[in-house]
Design a binder for this molecule. Structure first.
Ligand code: FRU
Length: 482
């Protein structure tokens, strides 16, 4: 019932009811993945922000828990992160219990209304019971606003080499890095980005972490931006480079996007997952997030994605792949042999009980293609590659309900970044979304859609069918058990 309404994601996290935006406080602790999120428990539109909470032991099945953080006299609870303070540097641990510490933005609506410019400040809360209940730190805020209106979304990590915490903070049109020995006192280290990257909107929700490529450590800086995304509205850009505990130095000054689709935003990674880096974003866009046609709840998260680095020409690029944990949902795989014929409905033989599924294939000779999802009402969602322009695209102009916002029906484009001899594509299709990964995940696109009936047909249009190798389609089991 709760999870059976039309458009309800069956393999993604969505709230039982009401509004969500950004993922917050993502941290792995005691065999549990925590997912907090911007939450308004009184309506299906944005409002005074709380931190909702869900946990998972496998990254795919989520259990929604009571609200973790409520607004207070210092303001709404905006986005932020959580860390495991194993050494109790904060002193917030009691009786040998390791504290989970949340670092978030207090957004004071009164200060905003009064026209001041210091109404966003960073604060702490801690939990001694595995993140279930939280106590706000009595000395909040711990980082005061120096007079920058947009001063928010702290992402904190332990920088082991210098035994200090690093806070990556979005400060209007740039990132400011701070450091702290104890999460309570913060010192400004440096700024990055005022003249680099995309600047069509304000910088929000950053993340900083190391990743290895052929044994060498590189640093990745994620910076969400709204508006100013490659297809309009909100999107996630990234930089690769070096971080020395004080300063981030990019390898080059190119603007790159982690996801080129219209509907991945505020994405960041889980903390405390060792050398793995698992990313998750909000599956929406501020252009129409408050208007999408769902009734009891609004907006969902992407699937968890594993990030890796790839060397392409002389560049170090970030690639995304569906986290391997998702394989646990694979119910039935049909390998389509020997090749797909034009006009063949690839879903025809897949047990119709699977309304959510994935399509995987390898392609030779860099062919242009169109993958058309359709339903019995003739509505279509088209994912393609135009080999003349070198662009991937998603055309949702005839995908179902589109008229709730004039920008929604626009086709989204993404550049192809690598041209291996054989490339791979992956599509993950849920009740109201598709996620597309191409060329080892160097190009990724996420788009939501609202068909009147599920897309139960899938056709591939390609010039030479022999260019497709091992296409397969797999039914996925609903995480809600239907
Ligand atoms: C990003 C964002 C954050 C802010 C939060 C408020 O989507 O605007 O910058 O903390 O949402 O809900």
């Amino acid at each position: 019932e709760t999870y059976r309404d039309q458009y309800r994601p069956q393999i993604h996290f969505s709230p039982a009811a009401h509004w969500i935006n950004d993922p917050n406080g993502m941290v792995y602790f005691n065999h549990t993945y925590h997912l907090f999120f911007q939450y308004y428990p009184d309506a299906t539109v944005w409002g005074p922000m709380h931190w909702g909470h869900a946990t998972s032991t496998d990254l795919v099945h989520w259990k929604e828990l009571p609200i973790a953080l409520y607004p207070d006299s210092l303001g709404y609870i905006f986005s932020g992160s959580a860390v495991v303070d194993s050494n109790n540097t904060s002193g917030l641990g009691k009786k040998g219990k390791i504290p989970l510490v949340a670092i978030f933005t207090h957004h004071n609506p009164n200060g905003e209304k009064a026209g001041t410019n210091n109404y966003q400040n960073q604060s702490l809360a801690y939990s001694l019971d595995n993140g279930i209940t939280w106590t706000k730190y009595a000395g909040n805020p711990v980082l005061n606003n120096p007079g920058i209106k947009d001063f928010r979304d702290p992402k904190v990590m332990w920088y082991a080499r210098q035994k200090k915490w690093i806070m990556t903070l979005a400060t209007k049109d740039r990132i400011t890095f701070y450091s702290s020995p104890n999460l309570k006192k913060w010192k400004k280290e440096s700024e990055f980005g005022a003249t680099i990257g995309a600047h069509g909107g304000v910088w929000e929700c950053p993340d900083l972490f190391p990743l290895k490529l052929n044994g060498k450590t590189h640093w990745v800086l994620i910076v969400n931006i709204n508006p100013g995304g490659p297809n309009g509205g909100s999107a996630t850009q990234y930089f690769t480079g070096d971080f020395n505990g004080s300063k981030f130095t990019p390898r080059d000054t190119k603007t790159r996007w982690l996801d080129y689709g219209p509907d991945e935003y505020a994405g960041i990674t889980w903390g405390n997952t060792g050398s793995r880096k698992i990313f998750l974003g909000w599956m929406s866009n501020w252009e129409y997030a408050n208007q999408v046609p769902t009734e009891k709840w609004r907006n969902a998260m992407t699937i968890p994605r594993e990030l890796s680095l790839k060397a392409v020409n002389n560049e170090v690029l970030l690639a995304s792949a569906p986290a391997k944990e998702l394989n646990a949902l694979t119910a039935k795989t049909l390998v389509l042999k020997p090749t797909v014929k034009a006009g063949q409905d690839i879903l025809a033989n897949l047990n119709k009980q699977y309304k959510q599924y994935r399509f995987d294939a390898k392609l030779r000779n860099k062919p242009g293609f169109r993958i058309k999802l359709s339903n019995d009402e003739g509505e279509t969602m088209v994912i393609g590659y135009d080999n003349k322009t070198g662009n991937y695209y998603i055309d949702r102009s005839a995908s179902g309900k589109t008229d709730f916002n004039p920008n929604f029906a626009k086709t989204a484009y993404a550049p192809r970044l690598a041209f291996p001899k054989t490339s791979d594509i992956h599509l993950i299709i849920d009740a109201s979304s598709i996620e597309f990964f191409a060329d080892g995940g160097l190009t990724t696109m996420t788009a939501v859609c609202f068909p009147h009936k599920p897309y139960t047909h899938l056709y591939i249009e390609i010039l030479k069918v022999s260019d497709i190798v091992q296409p397969s389609v797999s039914g996925l089991v609903s995480i809600h058990g239907n």
